[in-house]
Write a protein that binds this ligand. Sequence first.
Ligand code: NAD
Length: 437
Amino acid sequence: MKLSVIGTGYVGLVVGTCFAESGNDVICVDIDERKIKRLKRGECPIYEPGLGDYLRKNLGEKRLSFTTDLETAVKKSDVIFLALPTPQTEDGSADLQHVLAVAKKIGKAMTGYRVIVNKSTVPVGTADRVREIIAAETKHPFDVVSNPEFLKEGAAVLDFMKPDRVVVGTRSQKAIAIMQDLYAPFVRTGNPLIVMDVRSSELTKYAANSFLATKVSFMNEIANLCERVGADIDLVRKGMGTDERVGMQFLFAGIGYGGSCFPKDVASLLNTSKTYEYTLHILDAVEAVNKRQKMVIVNKIKRHFDNDLKRKTVALWGLSFKPNTDDVRDAPSLTIIDALLKEGVTIRAFDPEAMEEMKKKIGNVIKYCDNNYEALKGANALVVATEWNEFRRPDFDRVKALLKEPVIFDGRNIYDPAVMASRGFTYYGIGRGLTGR
Ligand code: NAD
């Protein structure tokens, strides 16, 4: 099949590359000329495990190409995927300007029947708006399909190749047949392709992300209670997660959810509910808990140093919002950095992949170090903000020797409190009994 993917970010580049890998001819379109130039050279502009190799392979085999020319791409394609940004606006709603502007251009450029598939996360009713905009520009037949993307950054290629499910929102039999054909290689092992109406499909994505955010905030609240009653969240997690109805996944306490999806999707769903004059009480609480949780480590640091952080230095391990990605959008590390800088703290940071992205975002207000040990030099404490694998088993003797004081604030509970105590560290985790407060 001949496809176009408009927007070559974390979603679009994975979608385009994986569809090329399954034998389709894919044209990836972006307005960012620099990015397109790099992609044409086979350079992957984001850190996503496995993506670069597939990209170069399919580029070499000429199934994958990159352009800024949307019109030609639309003319040459049967199916056009939208993987455009839908960032949060001030009132919490999703900004649809990119999606709607591209819809208009597609309408103008169409030369025959097209399927326009929306992969961006968009509020209920967006497909109807896209349909109206295209219909005003063309006499050719077309279908608009909602096909939300569930990939996780850091495991995006694997998630796309082996999805738990594929959701397709449309009532057009012609479009359903095309989508089934396109996804057939990815659902061979029986994982379902679920067809539904377009509004249910649009809402499914928000409901799924909001539910996951709810799990995070729920566990963080229980963790905070653990600290007050002298219980250990890790044991509570195991005890409750082994109940099949609860399940073990996504129950880790930490320093709040971040990234480019959960915060904005929760806000957007809250905005939708307001539009329909309905109050989503649970999500209001999920958002409030998350805001508070992002400050939990900072409050522990302040308490430990008796509220006097001037001239203190903190080593910060991890900047990305989670491991295996260079994405720092809405990362909890940003809240920690901002709060500590305001208190007069010097920050020495290290992240295996996200330092360039962080530099683009906040500049040189923190010191970027060559490795995690370098960050410790002369620091009064270590803060772990992202659970990269390489932080899990450091040489603790070296850590202790490099730190001015042997204090660890572990925002991801990657170390064992008893082991830390036996090695002579003052250790603060999240929800790990009275000692962690
Ligand atoms: P991104 O910011 O990484 O990428 C968007 C790309 O679109 C950028 O390269 C940008 O230059 C390009 N673009 C912007 N306007 C354009 C235009 N008019 N024409 C062509 N290209 C244009 O965004 P992302 O993280 O890939 O997210 C895209 C959508 O997918 C969002 O709605 C997001 O909520 C959703 N989503 C993201 C993830 C994720 O993990 N990142 C997962 C599922 C769904």
